[in-house]
Design a protein around this ligand. Sequence first.
Ligand code: NOJ
Length: 664
Amino acid sequence: MKKILFLLLIFCFSACYKNNKKQILSSPDGKTEICFALSNGKPSYSVKKAGKAILNPSQLGFVLTNDDSLDADFEIISIKTDSKDETWQQPWGEEIEVRNHYNEMKIELQEKNEKKRLINIVFRAFDDGIGFRYEFPEQENLKNFEIADELTNFALAQNDSAWSIPAYKGEYYEILWKKNPVNTLDTVVTPLTIETSDGKYIAIHEANLTDYAKMNLYPSGESTLKVDLTPWSNGIKVYAQTPFVSPWRTIILADDLNRLVNARIMLNLNEPSKIKNTSWIKPAKYTGIWWGMHKEKYTWAQGPKHGATTKNTKAYIDFAAAHHLSGVLVEGWNYGWDGDWVANGNLFSFTKPYPDFNIDEIAKYAATKGVDIIGHNETGGATVNYENQLDSAFLFLTHHNIHTVKTGYVNQLLDKKERHSSQYAVRHFRKVIETAAKYQLVVDNHEPVMPTGLQRTYPNLMTQEAVRGQEYDAWSRDGGNPPEHTTIVPFTRGLAGPMDFTFGTFDFSNPVYPQTRVQTTIAKQLALYVVIYSPLQMASDLPENYENKPAFEFIEKVPTDWAKTIIKDGKIGDYIVTVRKDKYSGDWFLGAITDENARSLKVDLSFLDKNKSYKAKIFQDASDSDWKMNPYPMIIEEQEITSEATINLYLAPGGGTAIWIKEL
Ligand code: NOJ
């Protein structure tokens, strides 16, 4: 019945607008409207929400190489509509069930000139935003083609402010996010999160980036953002062959931060899992031989300070086993790290361990302790070398009972030539994920292209970096990540997917770079396990810094897989209060963090189940805590609570509160 009504509605709109060639598609709740128009053969679209313009008429189309335009002289040859309302289950995630509810309109266009080329534009309207993409059907006059420019733009109706990082300055999205008016932006990457003057959010990104270049945006005219595709080194943006589809261009339209973070457009616009049996893909917490290298206690390369020795790895395994952490990451175990490996462009071996790393002995030892080793394949950006070894690398890992691999691409350019966000890189990363799936390997990808929801199709792609993470707090010459950084990334980078940020520092001293440090209190370190989502979370500090620390109980207990996520309160760049329900118990966890300013917050606990009682174990800053002067003091207390209660939180400057709410 609903479907018939919807189709009638579509028919009515199509009929109403037929004369001036406008087609309107509404979201299931009727609040969001996409209007497609073809004027003088040129396609465009505009978007409204609750009657208010979000995007004014915005351009669509392409320029192919040799100045061959594919953006005008079109006529509509057919319009197809569809709708869907399905709920699917995530093997892991911020919530278990995802509703995929949309109305769709496919506009099939054909050039009126002698080339008669075909291009379809598919729009989907969801209650939490929109998506659209281009399809290039198989056809006589368009077979192999090269995209010189994608002309899509987003003509924002207002010049609001956006949180962004620049596209081509800096490394693999490891940059601090800044807020600026849209018309003053540099060329920036997506997700781009815009705060509107009436307190709402518009987030532009993309979904299902497959065999295409990453989308960046730059201002072209007052508050209009135009697509800029990362080029290959020869300037071409995308090599394509029909039939071909572009990634989805996505716009989340959210009235509040909770809806922004819980919008699932990106996941819904990726294809269902290609991995049928996902039982081997398990969220986890891990520790590892890692922070010691960043703090220069150890080296990756062999030598007197080598970190990845058999003895040291066994000690980490013992620590993990004693504290219920399921994994131990080991970096610097293989040949390739010697000398200045980045500058020299060393070619790593992924099957040859250093002599002081006895992998057979370690694999056996880990198995007796019930701990999983997490393998590490740093490629130094040499993807050809990696692809040549991919099968042997993955066989080597699985042969040693290793089922998770952290990959890395430290180098500005891949193979000294291509950018991490180019089609070249996108192809490589996909090859690694697909090959890993074949070997039942989970991937944690560092220095990746920005995620676009591909974890729905390949749930073995569990987490990625693409963020200025905790490592900057060890050695960054600018002093480390400022306190506001983690109050921004959940609403920007976080919209793209899980982040391997690797917090958990308990020792704030830094003998090598005394001017650089983790700019938080201990309580904030704990709260970050709830605030920043990743199904793989690291307890990154050295084991000795966790011994006999009561605060470590929170890291032991906090889950990495959730039934539900709610943003209770927040302001981008200032503070955030996140609550999540454990997937496997009735327990809830709360994480609240602030920027450099102290804050007192009241949180109502109405999210708890009504007729249940709970015991809250609260890990919070003391009244004299301060990230800069006094980061260590913390108060741990217990309180019985119900859903009727309200809890008062005090967050010190750069501080936070973490709460384990245990169902009684
Ligand atoms: C950068 C990664 O982000 C970090 O986690 C890793 O330790 C180093 N590269 C070395 O691979």
